[in-house]
Design a protein. Structure first.
Lengths: 559, 299
């Protein structure tokens, strides 16, 4: 007997094909849009660029197009996932799709694959165009970089596709999806910021650059986009991104299969197909709401004031109740919402308590034997020390000396931000930042500013600079502000003279933020694309001063 | 054969179906009737594999249909509100059915297009309610399923189209030995199509069988007796309902006609009349027995 059944794999493939075909119009529009950007606009733009600069511009385009593709493709893949799975939110649509001769896992795979394929097609065409433009502009060497960037984008889109699907499957209507997807992802980043604020308030040495790291780990979405940016623009090694993304994709795929297979068709239209999503959203909402209330009402002393804790509890309760009322269209869940608010407040206060105890000795920790190198930032371009002795000495002095760390975070006459970043032999980094009363550690700072490492690095950065000149700002003998330039060779000579004069006497050098009004007119400032340095050239630096006068920089500027 | 064995399904603590056992023979047309929320649509969704049963088995020949493409490829379920992809036309929907069901027959599709006068290139969203119903029936019948499940199949169809649909169903049964299950509130419509009827109430099948059997087993008797008549004299008969208007008694009695007339005649009535109750009346009486009484609802 002839089989009456269509192979369910074929049916699954047919479903994907059908969904793609019926959105063909939008796909064509997207492809035209991409082709208008790349190559059309790119080629027109390139016709006005000198041959020598084309390589740099192609490179900039690759980065820009990659990031654009990741963001645009991400929006498309989430939107299309929502459209493809919107049948879950309508009774008759769910009846129709669920009665089709497919296994549930096949429906899931077909529709999610359709979302990914739909969003990746225009991007593939864009990257092919980019490669062709690069090759025809004698930049064929950039093609591996284009391919690598395409892989970043593809990995990013797969991850966004499977990640967004979790929210779509756990929701019972579009409103639930919007609240949970944006609420959890934006909320997680806000919680990341709250954690940073707690660290900043209670941990001595919390460095601002940790904020980026914390936010990048706040949610899978933040992690994915942060790392795509780092790989594309910062040329970060992609290995860890690929490994973590692969793990996340597999994990989310498993969660999706479990959620979809267990998702009851009869849950269509109710608030959240899976209740856990409501609880997660409610906890995040009440945490953020509570913290916002507490911060607003205890503006002056923040988390150090009892007012903060009182208003955090009130804020958490209000936010939680309002969120519950919106989700369930009424005040049936007030009791549940209040319990959630209580849990959120306890979580927040618990986090503050744990941070305050500093059980990891964060505030006093200084890496010891396993340091590969350390960079110190004292208001100039970072100084790298392969021998960490001088930087560690300053770090120790900051922690141990009485009154060194400023109580308030501000740049004042005698306060500056000093940061250390330790690169450890196990490739981990440890970063610390302090607002320091520089007067109390001026000897240790002076050692750093007088160090060979500082001057060697100035010269190295000067060599790396793409420009042929260095900007210079200083006051002449008539106390007139001169803004001019030095050639690279002149800048190097000035640095040599200044260094020899600096090391010839027993001087204490302090950061220029700490400078007195009298000394302000002795500042010489060198600035170029790879470095920024400040020098005091007072009467005790006659040779350096003489050198600048001899160059007659004021007239050079007039030219 | 469609089978349901000890089938139970509940939603948030509400028992939609309660330990139902049902067999529907190949080539039969079963009408499912029942009150609102009785579980008719739930039973269809369970047979179609849309819902998974909490307990028991439901499917074809003892094999569960839930998440079973082999079984589901033999079933087409049309819900009470037909669904079409947004912006689609009939041709696209037919193509979709064809991509899902290998049995889809474009000749049949073209024939049905001539029967139901619809423009296949027009967007279905512009169709009226009845036209949408027709569009969904065209797709379903063109796919030539072995089992066709229709929820409120006649809803929105005019008299001519209802007749046409009934004829098409009969033709499909004759040619393909198709089995049809139709859920409806309208018993009169079902009476024209179905050969078997099942009455569902509060998740239980309280009555089922062929229409002839159901009708021949319930009798409406009107009688006038001499003074001194006592209802207790009719003990032994399965009286479903008794009503008295003036001196006229009206009994709804289940059982063999001969046995009933013998018993009533033994009480020497002044007047007796036997009226064949309609299917609708029979179900109303059965529902009253089950507690679903118009009077109770009005109270």
């Amino acid at each position: 007997m002839m089989s009456r059944t269509l192979n369910s794999k074929s049916a699954s493939f047919n479903l994907m094909k059908f969904e793609l075909k019926r959105r063909l119009g939008i796909l064509i529009l997207m492809i035209i849009g991409v082709l208008l950007i790349c190559p059309s606009y790119m080629v027109i733009y390139f016709s006005n660029i000198p041959y020598s600069q084309k390589s740099q511009y192609v490179s900039t385009w690759i980065d820009g197009f990659s990031m654009f593709s990741a963001i645009f493709g991400g929006i498309v893949v989430v939107g299309l996932n929502l459209l493809n799975f919107s049948f879950l939110y309508k009774r008759n649509a769910a009846d129709f799709m669920d009665s089709m001769p497919l296994k549930r896992s096949q429906t899931l795979l077909s529709l999610s694959a359709c979302s990914f394929i739909f969003s990746i097609i225009p991007i593939i065409i864009g990257f092919i165009s980019l490669s062709v433009v690069a090759a025809t502009n004698q930049n064929a060497g950039l093609i591996p970089s284009i391919l690598l960037n395409f892989v970043y984008v593809a990995v990013c889109l797969i991850a966004v596709c499977v990640y967004s699907l979790i929210f779509i499957l756990a929701s019972a209507n579009v409103f639930d999806f919007l609240v949970s997807f944006f609420g959890i992802n934006i909320g997680a980043s806000v919680i990341g910021l709250i954690v940073c604020q707690i660290f900043n308030d209670f941990l001595i040495g919390y460095a601002g650059n940790l904020t980026g790291e914390i936010i990048s780990r706040s949610s899978p979405l933040a992690y994915i986009y942060w790392n795509v940016y780092d790989c594309v623009y910062e040329n970060k090694s992609p290995l860890s991104f690929f490994i973590v993304s692969a793990v996340l994709i597999v994990l989310f795929a498993i969660i999706n299969i479990l959620l979809y297979n267990k998702r009851k068709s009869e849950n269509t239209g109710k608030a959240f197909a899976y209740k856990f999503m409501f609880y997660i959203c409610a906890v995040i909402a009440s945490l953020c709401g509570g913290f916002a209330f507490g911060t607003i009402f205890a503006e002056d002393s923040g988390m150090h004031s009892p007012l903060f804790y009182i208003f955090t509890v009130i804020g958490a309760a209000v936010t939680s109740v309002v969120y519950g009322a919106i989700t369930f269209r009424g005040f049936k869940t007030v009791k549940k919402s209040l319990i959630i608010a209580g849990i959120s407040a306890v979580m927040l206060f618990g986090a503050i308590g744990i941070v305050k105890m500093d059980i990891t000795d964060f505030s006093s920790y200084i890496p010891k034997d396993n340091i590969k190198y350390v960079t110190a930032d004292i208001g100039e371009t970072d100084i790298r020390f392969d021998n960490p002795e001088k930087a560690v000495k300053l770090h120790k002095a900051i922690i141990k000396k009485e009154g060194v760390i400023a109580k308030e975070d501000y740049y004042g006459d005698d306060v500056t931000l000093i940061r250390f970043e330790y690169m450890l032999k196990n490739k981990k980094t440890v970063a610390r930042g302090f607002y320091v009363n520089t007067d109390k550690v001026k000897n240790e700072i002076s050692d750093i500013l007088k160090s060979n490492e500082r001057f060697d690095q100035m010269r190295e950065n000067l060599n790396k600079s793409d420009g042929s000149t260095v900007d210079i700002y200083f006051y002449d003998n008539d106390k007139q502000n001169i803004s001019s330039y030095l050639t690279k060779a002149e800048a190097k000579e000035f640095i040599d003279i200044y260094q020899s004069e600096l090391l010839s006497g027993e001087r204490t050098v302090i950061p220029l933020i700490h400078i007195s009004e009298d000394n302000e007119q002795n500042i010489v400032n060198l600035s170029f694309d790879t470095g920024y340095y400040e020098f005091i050239v007072d009467n005790s630096f006659p040779a350096s001063k003489e050198y600048l006068i001899k160059l007659n920089l004021a007239s050079r500027n007039m030219e | 054969m469609i089978t349901a064995k000890h089938l139970t399904k509940s939603f948030d603590g509400y028992n939609a179906l309660n330990n139902i056992t049902l067999n529907i023979e190949e080539g039969a047309v079963l009408g499912l009737v029942g009150s609102n929320g009785s579980g008719k649509s739930t039973l269809l969704r369970l047979i179609a594999g849309v819902y998974s049963p909490d307990e028991g088995i439901v499917g074809i020949n003892g094999e569960n249909s839930f998440d079973n493409p082999k079984i589901k490829s033999q079933i087409i379920f049309l819900a009470d509100t037909p669904y079409f992809f947004s912006g689609s036309n009939l041709k696209e929907m037919a193509n979709f059915y064809a991509s899902m069901y290998s049995t889809f027959d474009y000749n049949m599709y073209n024939y049905l297009l001539s029967v139901f006068p619809l423009d296949e290139s027009k967007r279905i969203s512009t169709f009226s309610k009845g036209m949408r119903r027709q569009a969904s029936l065209i797709c379903a019948l063109s796919a030539k399923p072995r089992y066709l499940l229709l929820d409120e199949a006649f809803d929105g169809l005019d008299v001519v189209m209802r007749r046409t649909l009934a004829n098409l169903i009969f033709a499909a049964i004759e040619k393909e030995n198709m089995t049809v299950v139709i859920a409806s509130h309208n018993i009169r419509e079902l009476e024209e199509v179905a050969d078997h009827i099942a009455l569902i109430h509060k998740g239980d099948i309280i009555k089922s069988g062929s229409i002839d059997d159901l009708c021949s087993n319930v009798h409406k008797v009107q009688a006038v007796f001499n003074d001194g008549f006592d209802e207790e004299n009719l003990n032994g008969l399965q009286i479903i309902k008794t009503e008295k208007t003036g001196s006229v008694y009206q009994f709804i009695i289940r059982g063999e006609k001969e046995e009933i007339s013998q018993k009533i005649n033994s009480l020497s009535p002044i007047f007796t009349e036997y009226i064949a109750p309609s299917l609708e009346e029979i179900f109303v009486y059965e529902l009253e027995v089950a507690g679903y009484d118009v009077k109770n609802i009005e109270q």
